[in-house]
Design a protein around this ligand. Structure first.
Ligand SMILES: Nc1ncnc2c1ncn2[C@@H]1O[C@H](COP(=O)(O)OP(=O)(O)OP(=O)(O)O)[C@@H](O)[C@H]1O
Ligand SMILES: [Mg+2]
Length: 473
């Protein structure tokens, strides 16, 4: 399927669920019908592979079922509205009219305004229910108000021995939503698409990703430093709108020293409780390096074993249970060869995050300079050429350095005049306009010379070799 269709399908489903959550069922139905249309289009396409037909047919069935459920919910909602109208009419008979079925629109507007006073509907934290029923909707309402059911509370009620640890994980690691989005990440289209298929979609369509189509239990992003791996994980977190556990090796080793192994276990327990959810291990190599090395500590060995056991556990859950307990482990590393091989095997999907392409570098420059005034003569194409081999982070440094050039120029002139102290401050004030002058091509070229690239050719070859041996696309 083309990525455009894929995007349209995903968008329609997402919008439908957003509208359903806002109890605007007629729009939710409309969007789900659009999704159904896309699926039907794919099914009639001559290019559809035979092996995929059943998958699409079952998706069509899912969409049709959702339309029926939404219709039922719309009906219930209308009944609710008219009951509300009855109540109101007792107080003010004239007002009753606005709640009638024909005039439901203003009421909808009202509900929507309430819900979107501060946020765009698509940004509202919402766990998409796989089946819409009233309990799930009220659960999502609770989430929105910030009083979502906490695992710590649940654990306390159950007499869990590690409530303190759980509370502390809750404070440090749970991150439902960030503000990074796919379009703030330049290039990396393949990686984005794989992440969408492997992590984002299963969260939205849990019923579809079952049995043989169960999601990968682990997805590993590897590649040179500064290429956007952490950024991609943040975008996944924002996109999924589900529970996202952001674990870095430093949190594990400092905060939970000596308890890392227990913490891994509890982390997975919590993730299952909040499922569907994603656990992100940044710099996973420092947590899960090869076992049996000369410097390996007994404790770190136990952490790895626990991690393996837990990752096997989630696979078991998704394939057998009827209840959907999706927990996907996402890892990032720039030393994939240091990973323990048993852990490597558990990351079933391994995605290479390369240095940006020529086009990507151009986009990165534009992206980084979007909030700065830039001279109209700046030639991004040429800058893209001369930054060959630079990583995304290098390019971010180039633009920051270039943006500082105007300040340096003013300071240099002041120095030539021998100014200091108050007279320097006065000079800077008088020249505040030159401080804010636009970034020029010259500034950028100079910055490129100064910053230099951080990834060597030798390293790149090492990544490619590892990619050929263990990677997947
Ligand atoms: N594709 C990209 N789009 C936008 N910004 C990028 C991209 N790649 C890198 N950057 C910039 O580089 C910075 C570092 O990116 P990030 O932290 O995601 O790298 P990383 O791959 O996780 O590196 P490391 O392996 O060292 O942890 C980001 O803050 C961002 O400014
Ligand atoms: Mg990183």
């Amino acid at each position: 399927m083309s990525s455009v269709k894929f995007q349209e399908l995903e968008e329609a489903i997402e919008l439908s669920r957003d509208y359903a959550r806002l109890q605007d069922y007629s729009l939710a139905i409309e969007e789900m019908i659009r999704a159904k249309g896309v699926i039907q289009g794919v099914l009639t396409s001559k290019r559809l592979k035979k092996s995929s037909t059943r998958r699409w047919q079952s998706m069509l069935k899912n969409a049709e079922e959702e339309i029926e459920t939404l219709k039922r919910l719309e009906h219930n909602h209308q009944v609710e509205l008219s009951q509300l109208a009855l109540k109101e009419s007792k107080m003010n008979e004239d007002a009753a009219g606005i709640y009638s079925k024909e005039n439901a629109q203003p009421v909808r507007e009202k509900i929507r305004n309430l819900d979107t006073q501060n946020k765009h509907p698509r940004n509202i934290k919402w766990k998409p229910p796989s089946r819409y029923d009233d309990t799930q909707i009220s659960k999502s309402k609770q989430r929105k108000k910030g009083n979502k059911i906490k695992y710590s509370k649940h654990a306390k009620e159950k007499g869990h021995p590690d409530v303190e640890l759980i509370t502390s994980i809750e404070q440090d690691i749970i991150n439902d939503c960030g503000d990074t989005s796919w379009d703030k990440i330049a290039d990396l289209d393949d990686a984005k698409q794989i992440l969408q298929e492997a992590v984002v979609l299963p969260m939205f369509m849990p019923d579809f990703f079952k049995g043989i189509r169960r999601p990968w239990r682990g997805v590993l992003m590897f590649g040179p430093p500064g290429t956007g791996k952490t950024l991609l994980a943040k975008a996944v977190a924002a996109e999924c709108n589900t529970c996202f556990f952001n674990v870095s090796a430093s949190t594990l080793s400092s905060k939970f020293r000596g308890e890392s192994e227990k913490m891994v276990r509890i982390l997975f327990e919590m993730a299952r409780f909040h499922a569907p959810s994603t656990i992100f291990f940044d710099e996973v190599d420092s947590l899960a390096g090869s076992r049996g090395g000369p410097n390996e500590h007994e404790a770190s060995r136990r952490v790895k074993t626990e991690l393996m056991v837990q990752m096997d556990g989630i696979a078991g859950n998704t394939s057998t249970s009827t209840k959907t307990e999706y927990v996907i482990v996402l890892g990032a590393t720039n030393c994939p060869w240091d990973l323990d091989e048993a852990i490597r095997r558990r990351f079933e999907k391994r995605i290479y995050i390369p240095l940006p392409s020529n086009d990507g570098r151009r986009k990165l420059l534009q992206l980084n300079l979007r909030e700065t005034e830039v001279d109209a003569q700046v030639n991004y194409g040429e800058l893209g050429n001369i930054t060959s081999g630079y990583s995304g982070a290098d390019i971010a440094n180039v633009t920051r350095d270039a943006a500082m050039m105007s300040v340096r120029r003013v300071m240099k002139r002041a120095k030539e005049k021998g100014l200091g102290g108050n007279s320097l401050l006065q000079y800077i004030e008088e020249n505040s306009l030159s401080l804010q002058s636009a970034v020029t091509q010259d500034d950028l070229s100079q910055a490129v010379q100064k910053v230099g690239k951080s990834v060597s050719k030798k390293d790149l070859n090492k990544y490619r070799e590892w990619m050929d041996e263990f990677g997947s696309t």
